[in-house]
Structure formats: structure tokens, C-alpha cells
Design a protein around this ligand. Structure first.
Ligand code: PGA
Length: 263
């Protein structure tokens, strides 16, 4: 299986997560620079995804529309279709402003907004129902890593989350492994640490849903990815790209990261 994983031609993805940063003009300016600068001249399919704060989605969509390799994502969604949920945003609303992707289960949502595996599965199902591609995040905390429970934690997040889906639905997902201790800390997982987890997660998918689904599923690494470490991380056989926070706010650096697949 390992040999086949190495040679399987999965799509390569550089996803930027802008979190709660920028304003309208800053978002448009950054999106325009990225859409102009991103021209993957490579045999491999490479795409860029921008996960943008809700108020800037429409304007960002206009700014990227001339580049078919750049896609729009939201950072969250509500699990119901509509109704009395003040402050929430539905999947159909996201579709109507041009989103194709949505981040689900980012550790900041799990940690600060108490989002459980159960809720995240509902969000994932709602996104899929509306034709949005979930970027489904999993990851362990520092305490969990240091106490040796990383693989148990990830297994639970997978089994109670996306591995509840059938193979057809699961095959529409992008997964992101983001160790919580590496997010925004400047402390990146080493390529060996990240590869070990990615291979473990792919094996979980293999055991639950079979070889084809496991080999086709893109798994991104996230946590202090920058222009210096992206090349080494993306060279690992089970790492199909990055979910990038801080470094995605600088056009030059994010373009360099997105270029790390073919340099
Ligand atoms: P970071 O964030 O690149 O700033 O560590 C990654 C993320 O939270 O998606």
C-alpha cells in the first residue's frame, strides 16, 4: 500500500485561512495579488483555496474570478438550512456568494466555541448536501501529544466525524491535520512527525472505506507552515498541501508556499 500511496496522483492544495484578520480593502488587495500571481506551471494539478471572513466573501470572489485555480472558502457554517439562528450563516448562503469550500472543525472552533465531533459531523453533512467541499480539521493538543495519546485522539476525531460518512460522501472531503500546538506558535511539526500522522490517518480511511478512497483523499498539514518549511513538508508522500494561517496573509510568502510543490 505504501508504494502505491507514494505514486498516487492526488491534487495538491495550498489553502489560506485568513481567520479574523484584514478589512474589506485589505482582503480584496490580497486576493487580487494572489489571483494575479498564482499560475501553477506544473504537471501536477495545484489549486489555491482562500478561507475568508464572511463579510468579505463576495468581494473576494470578484477579485479571484479570473483565475480558475483559486477557490473561495468560508471558515465555518451552521448545520441547519435556515431559521431563527441569529448571527449564523447557512450552506446555501455560502453557495450563493460563490463559496466552493468550507473549513469545518478548526481547533479554534473546537476550543473556543465548544464544537463537538457530533456537531462537526452535522456541519459536514450539511456542507456536502449543498455541494460545498468540507476541509475537515483534526489535531491533538500539546498535552495529548506529550501524554502519548495523539493517535487515540485523532482516531476518535475521525471515527466520530468524517468516518461516519459513506465512501461516496467521504471522497468529496479534504482533510487537514493541524496539531494544535503548532498553530500560530511558530513551532511546526517536523516533516517526520507530520508524515507519521498523515500515514496513520490515511490508514484509518483505508480500514474503514477501502483503498481507493484512502489513496484519493487529500490530507493537508497545518500549523506554522511558512515559505521555509513548506517544501520539506509537501515533499512527504502523504502530505498533499497545507492549511496556512499567518503566512497566508502575505501575498509574496503564500505564493511561495503554493509554489513549493514544483520548485
Ligand atoms: P498558522 O495557522 O499557519 O498561523 O499556524 C494554521 C491554521 O490555523 O489553519
Amino acid at each position: 500500500m505504501i508504494e502505491r500511496i507514494k505514486t498516487f496522483n492526488r491534487p495538491k492544495i495550498a489553502a489560506g485561512n485568513w481567520k479574523m484578520n484584514l478589512d474589506l480593502s485589505g482582503s480584496v488587495e490580497l486576493a487580487e495579488s494572489l489571483a494575479t500571481g498564482f499560475s501553477p506551471e506544473t504537471q501536477k494539478p495545484v489549486s489555491m483555496i482562500l478561507a475568508v471572513p464572511y463579510p468579505f466573501l463576495s468581494a473576494t470572489k470578484s477579485a479571484i474570478q479570473n483565475n480558475p485555480n483559486v477557490h473561495l472558502a468560508a471558515q465555518n457554517l451552521h448545520h441547519e438550512d435556515k431559521g431563527a439562528y441569529t448571527g449564523e450563516v447557512s450552506a446555501s448562503m455560502l453557495k450563493s456568494v460563490g463559496c466552493t469550500h468550507v473549513i469545518i472543525g478548526h481547533s479554534e472552533r473546537r476550543q473556543y466555541f465548544m464544537e463537538s465531533d457530533d456537531l462537526l459531523l452535522k456541519k459536514c453533512q450539511k456542507a456536502l448536501e449543498h455541494g460545498l467541499t468540507p476541509i475537515y480539521c483534526i489535531g491533538e493538543t500539546l498535552d495529548e501529544r506529550e501524554s502519548g495519546s495523539t493517535f487515540d485522539v485523532l482516531k476518535t476525531q475521525m471515527m466520530e466525524g468524517p468516518l461516519q460518512l459513506n465512501a461516496q460522501d467521504f471522497s468529496k472531503l479534504i482533510l487537514a491535520y493541524e496539531p494544535v500546538w503548532a498553530i500560530g506558535t511558530g513551532r511546526t511539526a517536523s516533516p517526520e512527525q507530520a508524515q507519521e500522522v498523515h500515514a496513520f490517518v490515511r490508514k484509518l480511511v483505508f480500514d474503514a472505506l477501502g483503498e481507493h478512497v484512502a489513496l484519493s483523499c487529500p490530507i493537508l498539514y497545518g500549523g506554522s507552515v511558512n515559505a521555509q518549511n513548506a517544501y520539506l513538508l509537501f515533499a512527504c508522500p502523504d502530505i498533499d498541501g497545507g492549511l496556512v494561517g499567518g503566512a497566508s496573509l502575505k501575498a509574496g510568502e503564500f505564493l511561495e508556499i503554493a509554489g513549493s510543490f514544483w520548485t
